[in-house]
Design a protein around this ligand. Structure first.
Ligand SMILES: N[C@@H](CCC(=O)N[C@@H](CS)C(=O)NCC(=O)O)C(=O)O
Length: 291
């Protein structure tokens, strides 16, 4: 960068132009609702407002796992919230998540209403509500929550850092790509070393720690995120790859990835899920590309 183009921060930052890149139309420096619109409600106990991004898949994986175990109370309506159209800024969505990010959950069981936002909090809520995927023994529970919080704190460097600058930014800038590629590889190494000692992140059982991490790090090492498999040499993290493949073989995993998905093969896009049969009957290829 020469002297003329070098950026000198002003005294006070002001939002005078869109930031550029894939999300410039929805990025803004203020919170709160942008327009009045109620959220739709279905008949099931749990109402999920989401999109099929890795954070969204955490919750659909948890819900499909709970249903596979026979928990009828985990029946859910999954409504599509299109974040690229700014639907997370509707008044109804903001009532459920003041932070305007998917996923958001409303539990309307037993005539009461409980909102839950932040994917980690949603996983913990569902784990406690159904007494599943969270060990009860204090040391294992603590290990599980440590990995859950590790994921929540670490992944913004992978998504908002590496993914943003490698994939979404308007230009390729070496400084942030180097910084976040290094951090992402460090995180993969953390996981790889942990998974050399234990079958799953918290212990020998599949828990919400795995459910939180797989849609990000699992998808990354399976080459499904940011087309960055080669760049980050993901196959060298052998324990992470083995863990990711093992979870990928669970029958719930492919379903979880279909719900609220709006990109890729229409056969694997189920924009809204209101019934178990929707996976067979309501995918976008069956709906003839209409919505
Ligand atoms: N910490 C939040 C992050 C959620 C998040 O970043 N969601 C993204 C999609 S993956 C989103 O809604 N982005 C829309 C926006 O930033 O306006 C969580 O884990 O629930």
């Amino acid at each position: 960068m020469d002297k003329e183009t070098k950026y000198i921060p002003p005294e006070v930052w002001e939002w005078d132009k869109p930031s550029g890149g894939a999300f410039e139309s929805i990025n803004k420096p203020t919170a709160g609702s942008a327009y009045e619109q109620k959220l739709p409600r279905g008949k099931h106990p749990l109402q999920l407002y989401s999109q099929g991004t890795p954070n969204g898949v955490k919750i659909t994986l948890m819900l499909e796992e709970l249903l596979a175990l026979g928990h009828k109370g985990a029946e859910y309506d999954a409504w599509l919230c299109r974040i690229n159209k700014g639907e997370q800024f509707s008044s109804g969505f903001v009532e459920i998540n003041p932070n305007s990010k998917i996923p958001a959950l409303l539990d309307q069981s037993n005539g009461k209403e409980q909102r839950v936002f932040e994917s980690g909090a949603i996983l913990l809520y569902l784990a406690e509500k159904f007494s599943e995927f969270l060990p009860t023994e204090l040391n294992k529970r603590t290990e599980c929550l440590s990995w859950l919080f590790w994921q929540m704190g670490s992944t913004p460097y992978l998504g908002g850092g590496f993914g943003h600058f490698y994939s979404y930014a308007p230009e390729k800038f070496q400084y942030p790509i180097d910084r976040y590629a290094m951090e992402t590889k460090r995180q993969l190494d953390v996981l790889d070393q942990r998974l050399s000692q234990a079958e799953f992140l918290a212990c020998d059982k599949f828990t919400i720690a795995d459910i939180a991490s797989w849609p990000w790090y699992g998808q990354l090492v399976l080459g499904r995120l940011y087309s960055a498999g080669n760049f980050l040499d993901v196959t060298s993290y052998k324990n992470v790859v083995a863990w990711a493949e093992k979870i990928d073989r669970r029958p719930t995993a492919s379903k979880a990835r279909m719900v609220n998905r709006i990109v890729g093969n229409p056969k694997f896009q189920l924009h809204e899920r209101h019934d178990a049969s929707d996976f067979e009957l309501k995918t976008q290829d069956k709906l003839n590309g209409s919505e």
